[in-house]
Design a binder for this molecule. Structure first.
Ligand code: FCB
Length: 516
């Protein structure tokens, strides 16, 4: 009887009616599933229609230098678009319009954005201690502006999910050009100044949490730390180059990974200590997570032992080595597969944000291709195939995290289609990926929400405006930066409203069954 009751309760958690066999229906989501959209400060804030550049444009970050420096743009290998930041959608000014779209038109309940460290602290905080000393050098207008943004979200019923580090560092922490030209001799060296950056980013996190904790409960310490490492120090490529954009800097890869893992733990502690305001009234002042791009791997030929082994190695080096550090406190500093447990790093993850874009298909070698990185690098990074058209990979990503880190709640913090002007491609992308998310939940994965990347077209890092991800289109040359609704936005609104993928969309776009 109890079992029957439990089953009935489980089924009723899903809002739509059941299929004939009593299982929750295909494409349905739990009643309290959190629907959202995501942006990041650097990518959306600038390009304001009327606001003065002194307020809208942030020239204080390493990424500002990275995408605007003529020498870097001209140099082969940096893959920089040269698009001006004035192309960006001006969210710093138009945020209320955007929240109206997110809450009113799409019916979302959450919105993910990031705070730019360089806006809060345009000048160095080195040597300063305590809230008063930090307040004296902080840009309090920027703090007030962020407060206004989060209050505007709340006023519309949007729960703010706030990333503290989404790729960018203040220039006083990282000399992008200097480190690109001379990684050993540059200063400041960003993530390579391990002690300094861990201390300063934790101060920044604590300061922001103390200032804004009464309007924000959900914090994200870092976005996609492995992307910072891959595009910054290992394999800068057309896909993504990050400052300092240096290839094969093996020792630095290890140092940056360790610094970022330590930084997560210290940021987590700082936010928990400083955020005393319970913004949503659930009895908890803060929940702190980290966002990771989980990349499931597949052997090029599943029948070849070497390919299978190489796929395991990539899974470890690109995903698990970092996740074991931030989730379990098991730190593999040498990247040799052997970790040391550190209690000061363990137990500091309230939930994990999973970004999903692609799987990687891997060919193996009988020797370490990058021995200076790790004996585990038996994969050939030059024959890597990133498969962007792999909707079932989102299921694999969720399951692989669940299997390794049971009891850790997850949220899909990004998933999106980079050719938004291909209307049918984008619509199919959404339906297929959400179908797999719903299957994962029905198979017992604790995934509590989904944030589409992105609400509107924005500045896609080194690609500038060449890649468009928006549910809403923005013409970079339109001085008003008007948002134009795309058909995928209407589909998303219907899915959100019904908490289920409507049958007509499933029939039109959902291909294949449960196997790839
Ligand atoms: C992710 C980033 C995000 C955006 C999407 C397309 O790697 O986190 O800022 O660029 O890719």
């Amino acid at each position: 009887m109890a079992l029957i009751l439990l089953l009935a309760m489980a089924v009723s958690l899903f809002t739509a009616c059941s299929d004939d066999d009593g299982a929750p229906p295909e494409g349905a989501f739990p009643a309290d599933f959190l629907w959202g959209a995501a942006v990041a400060g650097f990518q959306v804030d600038m390009g304001c229609p009327t606001l003065d550049a002194s307020q809208c444009l942030d020239t204080g970050s390493d990424w500002y230098v990275w995408v605007t420096d003529p020498q870097l743009i001209a140099e082969d290998g940096n893959h920089l678009s040269g698009d001006p930041l004035s192309y960006s959608p001006g969210h710093w000014e138009l945020y209320e319009t955007d929240y109206d779209l997110a809450a009113g038109n799409l019916g979302l309940k959450a919105f993910r954005t990031s705070i730019e460290w360089s806006r809060i602290f345009p000048e160095s905080t080195v040597g300063l201690e305590g809230h008063d000393e930090l307040t004296a050098v902080a840009n309090m207008d920027a703090v007030a502006h962020y407060r206004a943004m989060f209050e505007a979200m709340r006023a519309r019923g949007l729960e703010p999910y706030v990333t503290l580090h989404h790729y960018t560092l203040p220039r006083w922490m990282h000399d992008a050009v200097g480190c690109h030209l001379d990684l050993d001799g540059c200063s400041p060296r960003g993530w390579l100044d391990r002690e300094t950056i861990v201390r300063e980013i934790a101060k920044y996190a604590g300061f922001v949490a103390a200032e804004l904790g009464d309007v924000v409960d959900q914090w994200i310490t870092q976005n996609e730390p492995f992307a910072v490492i891959l595009g910054g120090y290992l394999l800068p490529s057309e896909d993504r180059t990050n400052p300092p954009g240096v290839a094969m800097a093996f020792e630095e890869v290890r140092q940056v990974a360790t610094a970022m893992i330590e930084a997560h733990a210290r940021m987590y502690d700082a936010v928990w200590a400083a955020d005393v305001g319970d913004a949503d009234g659930d009895g908890e002042a803060a929940q702190v997570g980290l966002v990771f791009s989980v990349v499931p791997t597949q052997p090029m030929d599943p029948a070849k032992e070497l390919d299978v082994l190489a796929a395991e190695n990539v899974l470890y080096l690109y995903n698990l080595a970092f996740l074991n550090g931030v989730i379990l406190g098991d730190l593999d500093e040498d990247l040799d597969g052997v970790a040391e447990h550190r209690e000061d790093l363990a137990g500091r993850m309230d939930w994990l944000g999973v970004n999903y874009y692609s799987v990687v298909v891997v060919e193996g070698r009988s020797y370490a291709v990058l021995p200076d990185l790790s004996e585990l690098a038996t994969f050939d990074p030059f024959t890597f195939r990133l498969d962007w058209d792999a909707p079932s990979g989102i299921y694999e990503a969720l399951v692989l995290v669940r299997d390794r880190y049971p009891d850790l709640p997850m949220i899909i913090t990004e998933n999106g289609f980079g050719d938004a002007e291909d209307t049918e491609g984008a619509r199919k992308f959404l339906v297929e990926h959400l179908t797999w998310v719903s299957r994962a939940i029905q198979d017992g994965v604790d995934c509590r929400g989904y944030f589409y990347w992105s609400l509107m077209d924005n500045y896609e890092w080194n690609h500038g405006f060449a890649m468009r991800f928006g549910l809403y289109g923005v013409d970079p040359l339109d001085p008003a930066k008007e948002r134009t609704v795309r058909p995928i936005a209407q589909d998303y609104a219907r899915i959100v409203a019904g908490n289920r993928i409507p049958a007509d969309l499933r029939e039109a776009y959902q291909s294949g069954g449960r196997s790839r």
